[in-house]
Design a protein around this ligand. Structure first.
Ligand code: HEC
Length: 119
């Protein structure tokens, strides 16, 4: 019985860990994500976001949008239907220093993160 109980506890602990949502590190301007549990494709996409999406503002803007489902500046809905439009909007900003492939990588990542944040 004791063994079954401890197995149950272990099982619950591991499912909580797997459904813990987004792991965010730091606050404000130093806010970032911990990509350790990301699938490898998303790790690569995060590297692109970490370099390309901080030219004009910090990652906080993107992370808050994903966590809350609301784009923090415009107050518009930020869901999987909206990520591509935001990506293109950022690409078109003057001197964005991104190409389409890089933006697509970050859009894929945002969609993945929105799924994770829902859990
Ligand atoms: C060339 C500068 C620049 C780059 C590079 C940039 N952004 Fe932005 N971003 C802005 C500006 C300016 C705003 C202010 C609101 C607006 O214009 O949409 C903004 C706003 C945002 C918002 C909030 C939008 C809202 O409506 O509240 C999000 C989310 C965002 N950026 C994500 C990203 C992501 C993801 C990337 C990388 C793919 C990125 N940004 C790269 C300039 C940039």
């Amino acid at each position: 019985m004791k063994k079954i109980l401890s197995l149950l506890v272990l099982f619950c602990l591991s499912t909580t860990a797997a459904h813990a949502g987004l792991k965010v590190i730091g606050k404000g301007d130093s806010m970032r994500l911990d990509p350790a549990r990301f699938p490898s494709a998303m790790k690569a996409n995060y590297e692109i976001m970490r370099v390309k999406c901080v030219k004009c503002h910090t990652l906080e803007r993107t992370i808050v949008a994903i966590q809350t489902g609301v784009a923090p500046i415009s107050g518009q809905i930020f869901d999987r239907n909206a990520t591509k439009a935001y990506g293109i909007k950022m690409l078109r900003k003057p001197d964005s220093n991104m190409n389409k492939a890089e933006v697509k990588a970050t859009v894929d990542l945002m969609n993945y993160l929105l799924n994770e944040a829902e859990r």
